[in-house]
Design a protein around this ligand. Structure first.
Ligand code: BGC
Length: 413
């Protein structure tokens, strides 16, 4: 009996042969996004590490980014985190990120990652994050059945879009699937501003924050149009997350949604593919172009006795097969130029074609609102002003512009 007891005690105190768990913090929490995330989970099936998903709810990732910061300050960053744009360099400059030499050499990133998006993934000459996919923001999603049953043609420019929204409202149909979250609202401004001033104005105003462009007639006209939409949809927007808005568009409760192609991922998942009755057209603009953001994964240097094989995990999460499968479900296009999109749906193929045309014409522009163009402090400050302007019709365009100028002065101080 005693011998048995000893055996049990020794057995229980033996180290358990467990695999290393890898925490991945991200904001892919809608059902379509979860479906795309399952492709990440599949990659880990072939690795010795065990994936521990840490999803943080919140479209556009503001809460996830705040939690990432808090965890890093507390000395407990996740092993891997979803990131966007210039913040990648900031995290690398603070010494948090692993360099990803192995995947970058193995997959020839210097020639396979689109040139526009290479530098945001590099710090001091080394790649420090994997670009997973390219999302387009300047889309207009239309439920054709809703338009057809109200005898409204598909809008092709700003004026016809406004007429369609007004006509639908008059017939008691909710025109625009949009919730009250600031991120959803201000995305529309970005599309409007691009539509008014084109790539050159957009780049000067919202990438370089050039005071002359910010104080221009294009900004005034963009604000006028933004207010025009506010007057149509009203300031009491429903409590809808972006994906609930997409679901409602699919159900025919709304006619349009103006958001990025994460909505397409949601449609693919909910409908088992892109529905025939959904039309994807670029948001009306005088200048054909493409506003993009990139989902990237960065690997944190974590303390303790973790032994994750960073190079092996990063290489597995950079393979063209993985990138294609992820985008197939996410509604995006792969971030590498050597991955064929032939098997993707019509909207993704159009996205690919438009992205490449826009690149050639110098009209592929990083999203200001979705953290691709400027640092998060400026982005948040401008987003807050835009949100306030949309909801409060007593704020004049000159007051709004004076606030933008004040933010800009703070920036260069
Ligand atoms: C991300 C997408 C995500 C969307 C909605 C964007 O910032 O790039 O991957 O689906 O936010 O949360």
């Amino acid at each position: 009996m005693r011998r048995w007891l000893c055996f049990i005690v020794v057995f229980l105190s033996m180290p358990v042969a467990s695999s290393q768990s890898v925490e991945l913090l991200h904001w892919w929490t809608s059902s379509g996004e979860e479906a795309a995330f399952s492709v990440v989970t599949d990659v880990f099936e072939g690795l010795p590490e065990t994936l521990e998903s840490e999803p943080i709810v919140g479209g556009g990732g503001a809460p996830a980014k705040a939690i990432l910061q808090a965890k890093a300050i507390a000395g407990t960053p996740p092993d891997i985190a979803q990131m966007e744009g210039p913040s990648i360099k900031s995290w690398a400059a603070l010494g948090f990120l692993h360099e990803l030499d192995e995947p970058s050499e193995y997959y020839h990133w210097d020639s396979t990652i689109y040139t526009e998006i290479q530098s945001i993934h590099k710090y001091k000459g080394a790649y420090v994050a994997i670009p997973i996919n390219i999302h387009r923001l300047n889309w207009m999603w239309t439920n054709n059945e809703v338009l057809a049953s109200n005898n409204i043609p598909l809008p092709t420019d700003w004026d016809s879009l406004v007429s369609a929204l007004k006509a639908l409202k008059k017939s008691g149909i909710q025109p625009l699937a949009m919730g009250d979250e600031p991120w959803q609202i201000v995305q529309m401004f970005e599309n409007i501003a691009y539509g008014v001033g084109g790539a050159d104005y957009y780049r000067r105003a919202f990438v370089n924050l050039d005071p002359t462009a910010l104080n221009s007639t294009e900004t005034l006209e963009s604000l006028r149009r933004f207010r025009e939409i506010a007057n149509i949809v009203g300031s009491h927007l429903p409590k809808l997350t972006w994906n609930q808005a997409t679901d409602a568009l699919l159900e025919g409760e709304y006619a349009f949604q103006l958001t990025g192609d994460w909505a397409l991922g949601e449609m693919i998942h909910q409908h088992g593919g892109l529905p025939e009755f959904i039309e994807c057209t670029p948001f009306p603009s005088t200048d054909k172009g493409y506003i993009y953001n990139i989902d990237s994964l960065a690997f944190f240097k974590t303390s303790g006795n973790k032994t994750m094989d960073v190079s092996a995990v990063a290489t597995a999460l950079s393979s063209p097969d993985f990138l294609l499968e992820f985008s197939r479900k996410k509604g995006s296009i792969p971030a590498l130029n050597n991955v064929s999109v032939d098997g993707l749906n019509r909207c993704q193929q159009q996205s690919f074609k438009d992205f490449n045309q826009a690149r050639k014409a110098g009209r592929a522009i990083p999203s200001f609102i979705d953290s691709m163009a400027v640092n998060p402090t400026i982005q948040n400050a401008v987003s807050k002003e835009l949100h306030r302007y949309f909801l409060d019709s007593s704020i004049s365009s000159s007051v709004f512009i004076s606030h933008l100028n004040a933010i800009n002065i703070e920036r260069v101080r």
